[in-house]
Design a protein around this ligand. Structure first.
Ligand code: OSB
Ligand code: MG
Length: 374
């Protein structure tokens, strides 16, 4: 595929409600989108870096710099046939997986369109619908949280994940469990605990949680394996898993019994599929995480979730939970059974609303291959 142009945009989208984790509160998203134009087709990708380098080392601004100055010029100089060629094209740049994923995923999207098949089919997806859960931020009171849990269960969501941290954990789990003893319930600490909290974390076992996500350091395997030995509840790693080798190490060390796969965190579809395959071969269930994505990133998450090993409900939920107006058509909707149906149309299955995207754009840069001088 000849790359005609790569358009980078930063768009601003206010969340319909703030989202609070152990590392901070997000009210407004600053999202970098990559639009790759090739031979009359347009592929879209989303960079899932946060506004601040609090989840990982990347941020909206750092990703913009790396995309505009390094990655987009590298890609524009090539004519990739497959999204799977991107890791080689970007090999010289270390780290920066979320920036890389924005471009790589746009190429996968383009490839699916060119082949006339859905992105799900292109990556080998086997599901016609995917199971959805919700990730609920830290609230200002337990009654407020209970009202939200009630609403999300009524909407059909199959699993409730509670963001937690010291001071917002056992009492919260106790109150939610006493109202809903049978639901799939999990928690996500985003690295809020330390080794001296081990006894405290062990007390989470009383609440029959499906998993405890990333309780310890963002870059750790060893101490998670020490903790996992003391717990009945499975640990799920999110932040720690950057690639297939990390997944193999974590599985071998028994640092976790489940893995959250995020396209941005691992650098795009190639590595996400490799992590998935490694986990599937070893009987480790995976699920698709979320990063408060717009409809573009959400569409990619939906396609990824159709792979065989995605047997647990993911953090992939309806557009309306995040945005007054999403940038895709149709918006992402979830059935009363808590499922998203997979479209069989070519590409990502959700059209980009280019007029709205243009309106939300606060910076824009177009990168083209350097013209050859005759
Ligand atoms: O750890 O899964 C996480 C959001 C931002 C950063 C990290 C995480 C999250 C979520 C939100 O849990 C999932 C979503 O609804 O997109
Ligand atoms: Mg997480």
């Amino acid at each position: 595929m000849r790359i005609d142009a790569i358009v980078l945009r930063e768009i601003h989208m206010p969340l319909v409600r703030p989202f609070e984790t152990s590392f901070g509160v997000t009210r407004n998203r600053r999202i970098v989108l990559a639009e790759v134009q090739s031979e009359g087709l347009t592929g879209w990708g989303e960079c899932t870096a946060g506004e601040h380098p609090f989840f990982s080392g990347e941020s909206t601004d750092s990703a913009w710099q790396v995309l505009a100055s390094e990655l987009a010029p590298m890609l524009a100089a090539e004519s990739p046939e497959h999204g799977g060629e991107c890791p080689r094209i970007f090999r010289a740049v270390r780290g920066n997986p979320m920036a890389k994923a924005a471009l790589e995923n746009a190429i996968w999207d383009l490839e699916a369109q060119r082949e006339g098949i859905s992105l799900s089919r292109l990556i080998g997806g086997v599901r016609e619908s995917i199971s959805c859960g919700v990730s609920l931020g830290i609230q200002s009171s337990i009654p407020e949280l209970l009202a939200i849990v009630e609403r999300e269960l009524a909407a059909g969501y199959q699993r409730i994940k509670l963001k937690c941290k010291p001071g917002w954990d056992v009492e919260v789990f106790e109150r939610v469990r006493s109202h809903w003893p049978g639901i799939l319930l999990s928690c996500d600490a985003n690295s809020a605990y330390r080794l001296h909290d081990q006894d405290h974390i062990e007390s989470f076992d009383a609440f029959d949680l499906l998993m405890i996500e990333q309780p310890l350091w963002h870059d750790d395997f060893y101490f998670h394996s020490v903790l996992q030995k003391r717990l009945n509840t499975p640990i799920c790693l999110d932040e720690s898993i950057r690639n297939r080798r990390d997944a193999l190490a974590a599985i071998e060390m028994e640092s976790c019994r489940m893995i959250n796969i995020k396209l941005g965190r691992v650098g795009g579809f190639s590595e996400a599929i490799a992590v998935h395959n490694a986990a599937l071969e070893r009987g480790i269930p995976v699920w698709c995480g979320g990063m408060l994505e717009s409809g573009i990133g959400r569409a990619h998450n939906i396609a990824l979730s159709t792979l065989e090993g995605f047997t647990l409900p993911g953090d992939v939920s309806a557009s309306a939970r995040y945005w007054a107006e999403d940038i895709v058509e149709p918006e992402v909707t979830v059935s009363s059974e808590g499922e998203i149906a997979i479209a069989d149309t070519p590409g990502r299955g959700y059209e980009a609303r280019t007029d709205l995207i243009e309106k939300l754009t606060v910076r824009k840069e177009t990168i083209r291959a350097m013209a050859l001088v005759a």
